[in-house]
Design a protein around this ligand. Sequence first.
Ligand code: CP
Ligand code: NVA
Length: 320
Amino acid sequence: MLHLLTLADWTAPQVEAALKLAQAIKTDPAAYATTLQRRTLLMIFEKPSLRTRLSFETGMTQMGGHAIYYDTRTSPLGSGKESLADTAQTFSRYVDIAMARLFKHSDLEELAGYATIPVINALTEKAHPCQILADLLTIKEKKGTLKGLKLAYLGDSNNNVTHSLLVGCALTGMHIAVGCPDAAAYAPQPEVVERAQHIAGSTGATIEITAAAKRAATEADIVYTDSWMSYHVPSSELDERVARLMPYQVNEELMQCAKPAAIFMNCLPALRGYEQTAAVIDGPQSVVFDQAENRLHAQKAVLVTLLQQADRHAGATPHG
Ligand code: CP
Ligand code: NVA
């Protein structure tokens, strides 16, 4: 069963095919208006969301299917009355595909291990693959290509988005430079860097992790940042994080290091004055709302890809 728990679950050709499909769906959405007819997506949320929830639900509606929003706070799972294993085995009898936004990546892996339908990572503390597929689509639209471009990521890098960018850039032959404090609390997890380096070996991508923000941003085609206060980070850490991460803020001075035609990206939600200044995120180089829109198109491609794969796997017809 093909899932999407991290981008490393997918091969470079699978990612390329999904991006092509996303572009086709975006160009002619009406051609896919019945592709997921009678299909149901379960959406399990332990954390807040604007983009992920709305784009998945809208995507299912636009392709003729249905989505169920399931908040774990009102579930047997969330109240400790039911296990991940029983939850997954039960929902697999009702719905065709599931996505989950969970605190622990290991919980997502357990859920997928017991599910008999495809499972999509809608964000864990470790990875955010749906975001990065939308980002790759956005970069391809803006720059015409992916291979050979340089993406600079600045800021909190012990981070789901950074991890998925490392793998996404490696799979697509992009060069990635991560600028972050030289401390485990703020740097990408070593096993993710190793995995990305392994993939990069066959695609021509390069990976650099540096404590020098301007070095990371130099000659970049894309400058990317993410929240310093991810959903799982307690508010008590704010002062310390601001102090450690301010040297990595994306401001106009830092943008000067990148290529003049560089684009600025942030997966959102964003806080002006923290991970980037208002002048950057609201300025002419920012593509953050195109990026947000592309969540819809990229996820439609993910849903279609996984459901078609599951059908081939099972030789089955949709739940009726
Ligand atoms: N970028 C993203 O995943 O946004 P939400 O948290 O609003 O879903
Ligand atoms: N790193 C952020 C991404 C939000 C979409 C978080 O986990 O909250």
